[in-house]
Design a protein around this ligand. Sequence first.
Ligand SMILES: [Zn+2]
Length: 106
Amino acid sequence: MLKLFSHDDRFLIQQLRSELEQAGIPHLIKNEYAGGAMGELPWQETQLEIWLVDEAWYDKAARIVSGLNHMSSTPDRWRCGVCEEENEGHFDLCWKCQASRVVNDN
Ligand SMILES: [Zn+2]
């Protein structure tokens, strides 16, 4: 058993699970606080862990994880609609004028 990935974002975990399933990589989900098998606690507000059943799969699985990390850690930059300052994608408010992020297609 080898821990592959942990995150409290259920959607990211579910995305990774489906990628692992498509690749045919055997895996388990563990909850950090439960210490047991999945399904024993609600998923909300708990950090989930994905473990590889067989660490021989690690190289392939790590490549899938790095693809996910790339997508989640480099969100698109956005331009404030009020002051036109450019902001990093992980900010929801403009760092300069605190205006809310407004998505536009320009
Ligand atoms: Zn602004």
